[in-house]
Design a protein around this ligand. Sequence first.
Ligand code: HEM
Length: 328
Amino acid sequence: MLIKPILFIALSATSFATVAQTPAPTKATGNDFINVFETLSGKQAGVRKGHAKGVCATGEFEPSEQALHYSNSPLLRSGKSQANIRFSMAGGNPNADERARTPRGIGVQFITEKGEVHNIAGLTTPVFPGKSPEVFLGLLNTLVPNEQGKVDFKKVAEYRKQNPSTLGQFNWLQAHNPPSSYAHTTYFGIHTFYMVNDEGKHTPFRWQLVPETAQKQLTDEQMTSLESSFLAKQLEQDLAQAPIHLQLQAVIGQAGDPVNDPSVQWPADREVIALGRLTLTASGKNQCDPTNFDPNLLAPGFAPSDDAVLKLRSSAYAISFGKRLTGQ
Ligand code: HEM
């Protein structure tokens, strides 16, 4: 008769241990992310719930001919497109510290001569911290401060251990100092997309935007001595010297490369082809404020993969967009 209570206590202890480890949630919605962003950064009326701090830029895109047999997209076939650009700091804090070891982002909305629209939105890290929306949401949940206002970093580390797909981005950020200019760093699309040609052939690729000038990172000394906001001013100074050029490239996937997992990089030896050249000419105005850089809004000739993180982004961006345009 004693067995039952003992078993109960044993089971309780096991479930208590599981709760302490904060397992990844089994489901994640766009709203769940908006809620946790607002918990982590406070309600920030009228600004993006992710990548709250940023700066707009404008420019143009000149396609290359290298991808024409992979894709019949008007983006690659119809001459120059206009580019509406936004550089940003990850996270929902509109006063984010630009010396921090966090990702920077870029959103580009290409508008062709005929008005076709193609969006990209990527990060300075080649991978995302989670193989699924649920794993990423669980990571954000562990970063919510406790009642004493403290983040339990042991819990965060334990979660990372239990969910190794969160580690790639973390390790990358530890190994690379943050960029000293938005214009002198590479941005990665991270997800897999497809180029689609006239025959309907789908070629998997991951895009990257590579500056034509040298990559520049903050020194360890600058990471403490610089003021916490310098990137918008630096971009203006860079542009005062000369237009900024970035090469939009497609890394071509091979059979067996993971197409639905943004936490895993492809092997370094994959073929890279040019999609075109992005030229930035001006920055600092606010034309990108009312833009939603939803990465699933693609011109014909491109298609999204089934990556669940990519799919989820549309709903989170739409909620954030709706809120910020209505002053919430
Ligand atoms: C579940 C995963 C993700 C969620 C929930 C999420 C959520 C968000 C939200 C709510 C915004 C603000 C949108 C707006 O108000 O217009 C945003 C912006 C952004 N996100 Fe994500 N994101 C996710 C994954 C990613 C990934 C994988 C990347 C890079 C590949 C990325 C790059 C960006 C960038 C660059 C911006 C700023 C775009 C702009 O300047 O308007 N995000 N994200």
